[in-house]
Design a protein around this ligand. Structure first.
Ligand code: OOG
Ligand code: MG
Length: 260
């Protein structure tokens, strides 16, 4: 797209995040915005954050389950980046006043033991490169009005990344069947959503494989130590002040936070 400055759009989206102000989705004024343009904007956004001293914890996948794709009305997995300032301690507090209209989703996170750079990598190869898996609660907070967007909008907005809480227990993936791991997401003790690892592209390792392949096309790779969110197993749930949120994942443990 000729008349658009990727960097200034990235600055616009970054200010929406820091000022906690929702903005009109980009495709309302620029319906021609492509997925490729959107990733260029995301790259500029990442550069802005890195220049501000933020560190990347790892890339993440989004919209990898039918539940999420249906809820957001977007039909393709995407990736974004999780930064150090987004991490909250397990059992910690999320401050509502720092965010716009946050939602929570339960995920399985992978921690890599070595780099993955070979193109066409499979889920089996991903598992061999994975040191640990751990439960995660991702707090997403689209910068767009009413949490509504098209595919290029959400890509440019760093896949709605906002906060993340990782579980305290790390488990080696070797003896687990991650597709069969049952997941419940509860708020104030009431189950709001539930599912199994298989909801994520048949097996969460497939999500990491898809990510590796998407990055390989850009000449990038997954690195040892990267913490990778594989995408919400179920639909995301809107948060309210006073909520105590917890996810339980069979064999992996529990993760929680409260909303202040
Ligand atoms: C996009 C982010 C999706 C996931 O796990 O599916 C995501 C959104 O739903 O706003 O993080
Ligand atoms: Mg997510």
């Amino acid at each position: 797209m000729g008349d658009i400055n990727f960097k200034s759009i990235a600055e616009f989206l970054n200010s929406a995040e820091t000022e906690k102000k929702e903005v009109t989705r980009l495709t309302a004024d620029h319906p021609e915005l492509s997925v490729q343009d959107a990733y260029r904007i995301q790259e500029e956004l990442v550069k802005i954050k890195l220049a501000q001293g933020c560190k990347i914890l790892g890339p993440k996948m989004g919209l990898t389950s039918q539940a999420k794709m249906k809820q957001m009305n977007v039909e393709e997995p995407i990736y974004g980046y999780i930064f150090d300032y987004m991490a909250l301690p397990n059992g910690g507090e999320l401050r509502m006043q720092e965010l716009i209209h946050p939602k929570v989703e339960a995920e399985i996170a992978f921690i890599l033991g070595r780099d993955i750079e070979e193109p066409g990598v499979s889920g089996v190869q991903v598992l061999a490169a994975t040191e640990y898996v751990t439960p995660a609660l991702e707090i997403i907070d689209s910068r767009y009005e009413n949490f509504k967007f098209n595919l290029p909008d959400v890509i440019a907005d760093n896949a709605s990344s906002s906060r993340v809480v990782l579980g305290s227990r790390l488990t080696r993936p070797s003896n687990l069947e991650l597709d069969l791991v049952g997941v419940t997401l509860s708020i104030n003790g009431e189950i709001k959503a539930l599912g199994a690892g298989a909801a994520v592209l048949g097996h969460p390792a497939n999500s990491v494989a898809m990510l590796a392949n998407m990055l390989a096309r850009k000449g990038e790779k997954l690195r040892a130590g990267d913490v990778i969110l594989t995408g919400g197993v179920t639909e995301a749930v809107l948060l309210t002040v006073g909520d105590t949120v917890s996810a339980k994942l069979d064999g992996l443990g529990e993760v929680s936070f409260t909303v202040k």
